[in-house]
Design a protein around this ligand. Structure first.
Ligand code: PMP
Length: 427
């Protein structure tokens, strides 16, 4: 069956033919590939074309597709039952595993999507502090909760406006949107509103504007200001969690800023290994505000689902094997350095960055520090590169503001084939 005929059929019954907008290839043009199966580092489309997969379901597939130990765990859990709506031991095991690897967390609540987790984390921060306002940064995506679908207002004293139809202005009125990595704006915002802030939510390495790191002085000052004003620092590690390193982005920042910890952390993607699973966690002191202990309500029919937790646990166990992240980071660095070299050979402006198994590349000479700069990318050129790579069997994110992901299943031959494809595409 052709991708085109599936796309036409899909558009009759599903808005835009997809169940999540970026899949529709709107930004890059062309026909989305309908995937029939995944195997290791590869995905296959309805026309039988094989692609080296650098999306990995947008992050979760850190072991590649169909890892034997994970597959076994999922099948065996499914045999025991799909869902009970009652507690299971596996939920405790997964919570214990997350807490063991993330020292800032003493308790964790499991949910089914990153959106739910960030939404609940904001509610928890508001409930725990008794405050309403919060800061988010331009270019960071935290899921599609109303109060998080907000763009910057016209000044620091004004709050944001909805970026989506269907979100009332009143819902956006407590969301203050600042420029990522802009220390001066941060200082001013805290001076003006610090005492009213429930929290600041940030992607510590922003993967929703390709790959932009929060600068060290920025993170340091953000931590200080939150502590000084009694606002909670929420690290949205849905993408970076157990992806950029075994101890996530916060572990990376703690090696650079000894003692560094966020107050609340949000995870998704890798902790579910490809199944619908996400989580948010914090100290016991903060988590005690959550129902049934406290007054902040949060719940879910499928939360801590037995098949999803089996998948997540098996995944977390694999990534803890000695040398796992070293090998993954080496592969990722080989890929991005190779891309950079190929671009340089062809006189194409190019900059790259990576951490663990997450990477970004920009068709510009220097790594951008914020969303506005990311958006100055030559889109035409990016789209040509994307399609050149796709035609050569390399599946990159179909938008220039998305990060890329390498899995443990990518072989040296896969990476070299990718660079060969890039040599042609960039030419
Ligand atoms: N936070 C971040 C940092 C994300 O990257 C995403 C999804 N890409 C989300 C939250 C929302 O997660 P989900 O799509 O599972 O709702």
């Amino acid at each position: 069956m052709s991708n085109q005929s599936l796309f036409e059929r899909a558009q009759r019954v599903i808005p835009g033919g997809v169940n999540s907008p970026v899949r529709a290839f709107r930004a890059v043009g062309g026909t989305p590939r309908f995937i029939t199966r995944g195997d290791g580092a590869y995905i296959y489309d309805a026309e039988g074309q094989r692609y080296i997969d650098y999306i990995g379901s947008w992050g979760p597939m850190i072991l590649g597709h169909g890892h034997p130990a994970v597959l076994e765990a999922v099948i065996s859990a499914a045999r025991e039952g799909f869902s009970y709506g009652a507690p299971t031991e596996r939920e405790i095991e997964l919570a214990e595993e997350i807490i063991k690897l993330v020292p800032s967390i003493e308790q964790v609540r499991l949910v089914s999507s990153g959106t739910e987790a960030t939404m609940s984390a904001i509610r928890l921060a508001r409930g725990a502090t008794g405050r309403s306002k919060f800061i988010k940064f331009e270019g960071c995506y935290h899921g599609h909760t109303d109060a998080l679908l907000v763009k910057a207002g016209s000044g620091l004293a004004t709050f944001g406006h909805p970026t989506s139809a269907g979100v009332p202005e009143e819902v956006a009125q407590h969301t203050l949107v600042l420029e990522y990595n802009n220390l001066q704006q941060l200082e001013e915002a805290f001076q003006l509103h610090g005492k009213e802030l429930a929290c600041v939510i940030i992607e510590p390495i922003a993967g929703n504007m390709n790959f932009v790191r929060a600068a060290l002085p920025f993170v340091k000052r953000l931590r200080e200001l939150c502590t000084e004003y009694g606002a909670l620092l929420v690290f949205d590690e849905v993408m970076t969690g157990f992806r950029v390193g075994l101890h996530s982005a916060q572990g990376h920042y703690a090696t650079l800023l000894p003692g560094f910890k966020p107050d609340v952390s949000v995870f998704g993607k890798v902790i579910g290994g490809g199944m619908p699973l996400a989580a948010f966690g914090a100290s016991r002191e903060i988590m005690k505000h959550l129902a049934p202990l406290g007054g902040v309500y949060q719940a879910g029919t499928l939360s801590g689902n037995p098949v999803a937790t089996a998948c997540g646990l098996a995944t977390l166990r694999e990534i803890q094997k000695p040398g796992f992240f070293e090998a993954l980071a080496t592969k990722t660095q080989f890929l991005v350095n190779g891309l950079k070299q190929v671009a340089t050979e062809n006189g194409v402006p190019f900059s790259v960055d990576s951490q663990g198994g997450m990477f970004g590349f920009f068709l510009m000479d220097e790594l951008p520090q914020n969303y506005q700069t990311v958006m100055t990318t030559d889109k035409e050129r990016f789209n040509k590169f994307f399609h050149g790579m796709l035609d050569a069997g390399v599946y990159l994110a179909p938008a220039l503001y998305e990060a890329g992901f390498v899995s443990a299943a990518h072989s040296q031959a896969d990476l070299e084939a990718t660079l060969a494809a890039a040599r042609t595409a960039l030419r």
